[in-house]
Design a protein around this ligand. Sequence first.
Ligand code: PLP
Length: 418
Amino acid sequence: MFPLRPPVWIGQSSNKLNETRATQKKWILSSMKITDRMTRLGTESAFEVLAKAQKLEAAGQSVIHLEIGEPDFDTPEHIVEAGIKALRDGYTHYSPSPGIGPLRQAIADHISRTRHIAVTSDQVIVTPGVKPIMFFTMLALAQEGDEVIFPDPGYPIYESMIRFVGAKPVPVSLTEKFDFGLDVDQLRSLVTPRTKLIILNSPHNPTGSALTQDSLKEIAQIACENDLAVMSDEIYSEMLYGGKYHSIIQFPGMQERTILMDGFSKTYAMTGWRLGYGVMPAELAIHIGRLVTNSVSCTATFVQKAGIAALTGPEEPWRKMIAEFKLRREVIVDGLNAIKGIRCRRPAGAFYVFPNVTGIGLDSNVLADRLLREAGVAVLSGAAFGHQGAGYLRLSYANSIQNINEALARIDRFVSSL
Ligand code: PLP
């Protein structure tokens, strides 16, 4: 039974009122007993560092932002227009929880075309960003006693969500030695009768690595042999700077065990619109759809209309943005490698670099903090992405070449001054 809030009577004496207020305060404190599961919830350091950086900027310090993972470009005009038109046309009401039919169909067509498989619209669930698909998949497929294998370093929300649902997080290493590819032999050795789910992310945040066709084939075999589900985070699928994109869902036996996540935040510079989706077996989609009903009801209807324009409209604006990211990758990789104590691989995709900074001689958390405070460059410590990330930094190059060059000069000056 919840304690009942003590009533406040109109017209009572001020002494009585103060007494009642004190009781109320006590009631609020004693009833706000945070659940154990909340202690298992992690966070994303990019948002914390961004807030710190903005505070320094408000106090007059110049900061170059290489911490947050979002395109510095505006959403392409035709997508914005589609959103505005949808608002004017009255797409301001609830939509079905799994998404509006035409968007689900456009996504099914897009995934069928880009992943070379046959997808139907009942396999598609639309959500406000990709993150809810992550959360809902974990809620639907993993619980206490289960194990979930996830990449280390990796996007921090994976481990946070695994812990939150009560399952055991089992990290699989991505090491610099293997170009931050996933160690498939280690993965095989980590599978137990309790393993339920493997999480993949390619191109990868934070290292920018991409899984090779051979690795994916082996991972698919492991998943099939052990009857495991795979959650494949493909949000950077369009940001691959050479070669063909391969998805685990394309391999034999994988469509019925894969939850493919992709979205609009990165490719179409739509982070603030909140639009993403999952493609999964239709039976699972029913459960994930119920989680949407129970949480956010649906994704904003006019945003979904804009999503159709993104998938079916001209590609040139966002392809130009991605071509620009490729140029910036060259600038930042070459610039970092020219700084004493830093060693940086050329990543295959996304818009992140993950340089090894052990040669500088500072702990990567300390280095990231000092770079922000003393050099005015906001970056993330690799340790925020898992144990294997210690000794690295993550820099997002979703910033202008001019700013990247200035950041490199500041980092160089800082390192030389040590
Ligand atoms: N997955 C990865 C690997 C990401 O890096 C991000 C955002 O940084 C997301 C998912 C979240 O994307 P969304 O904005 O669609 O929720």
